[in-house]
Design a binder for this molecule. Structure first.
Ligand code: ADP
Length: 334
């Protein structure tokens, strides 16, 4: 698809360049031919004047070599044709390179979209298949009673909740991919944003008896606060998900070197060194997260957070030690 489009654009670029080149050549030819004609006329005029005093009549035509003039014109046409052929080759090569450059971002976008669709359908297929299998097994089970049905429905609701989280995550990711997030700057205090984010995840923390400790400086910000809150909720949600019962999550915020800085630190399972470089990949979940915890997730949170951060030119850094804990640091312009 893209090679056909590249060829088409190359042809268009070449046609446009050649139209301009040929138009210029015609103008140059006309101008030079006129100059030659003018020169010949001036020469003839001056010779005629000088021949007037000659004792016998001589035609100026015999003195001015018109063949030479015509040959010069032919040579000019030939030179211009050769020049245009050179320009044609150059225009084709340049057009081909330029068409490649023009199409590259579109190709990257389409490739990314295709990857997203195939990743998403892969992630959706697994829970849907599990759900379908559970229904089919129950239908075939002759001893399936009301209690069994209630259990099945209960489990199905949990699975559907998971699917809902997955589709919400995919929608959020697609939204930031599509519109670059639509950045809206608003004046807000750092303490308010952090309190908002902490309140969103507090029910989860309470379930695991995790204490969220905050130490936030009073700083006025002018930021896209909804986006900042979304990133914080993702980091806090992970900190809680991957922490043990009765542990602590520390949340601190300050202004440093003219930038806003928020850190989210937990005492959880930590991230293995081999996983650190992948945690922002879409649908990536470390083995530890899958096996050692009951934490549900689809590996979308951090890719959404990273996408939001990139859109706003913020930076996210992570320091983690397995079995000790993880510290995420978010730096943003204020
Ligand atoms: P998930 O839905 O699996 O939490 P994320 O994209 O938010 O997806 O995180 C990707 C992976 O990074 C997680 O599966 C987990 O392995 C790891 N991770 C993220 N945050 C933490 C944390 N605070 N502690 C330990 N591991 C984490």
């Amino acid at each position: 698809m893209f090679s056909a489009a590249r060829l088409k654009i190359t042809i268009w670029y070449t046609v446009i360049i050649m139209l301009i080149s040929v138009a210029f050549s015609v103008v140059i030819y006309k101008m030079l031919a006129n100059e030659v004609e003018r020169f010949v006329r001036a020469q003839r005029f001056s010779i005629e004047r000088r021949l007037r005093d000659f004792p016998f009549p001589v035609s100026p035509v015999l003195i001015i070599d018109t063949d030479l003039v015509n040959e010069s014109k032919h040579r000019l046409v030939l030179t211009l044709m050769l020049l245009n052929m050179g320009i044609l080759a150059l225009a084709w090569a340049l057009g081909y390179i330029l068409a490649g450059w023009t199409l590259r971002p579109i190709k990257l976008m389409v490739d990314e979209q295709n990857r997203f669709i195939s990743d998403a359908s892969h992630e959706l297929r697994t829970p849907l298949t599990a759900l379908k299998t559970a229904f089919e097994v129950s239908l075939r089970d002759k001893s399936f009673d009301l209690k069994g049905a209630k259990n099945l429905i209960k489990q199905s609701v949990i699975d559907v909740d998971g699917l809902q989280i997955l589709s919400d995550g995919m929608l959020q990711l697609a939204q930031y991919q599509k519109t670059n997030g639509g950045i809206k700057f608003e004046k807000v205090s750092l303490q308010k944003i952090v309190a908002d984010a902490a309140n969103t995840v507090r029910p989860l923390a309470e379930l695991k008896k995790i204490d969220i400790k905050t130490d936030i400086d009073e700083v006025e910000l002018e930021v896209d606060w909804q986006a900042l809150k979304d990133v914080l909720v993702i980091l806090l949600d992970n900190a809680i998900k991957y922490s043990d019962l009765n542990s602590e999550v520390r949340l601190s915020g300050k202004k440093h070197d003219g930038m806003g800085e928020i850190t989210v630190e937990d005492q959880g399972i930590g991230i293995a060194e081999k996983d650190i470089s992948h945690i922002y990949d879409r649908f990536y979940r470390a083995d530890e997260a899958r096996s050692k915890t009951t934490a549900t997730g689809f590996g979308l949170g951090l890719s959404i957070a990273k996408r939001i951060a990139d859109t706003h030119s913020w930076t996210i850094n992570v320091v983690s030690k397995q079995g000790v804990g993880t510290k995420f640091q978010l730096k943003f312009s204020i």
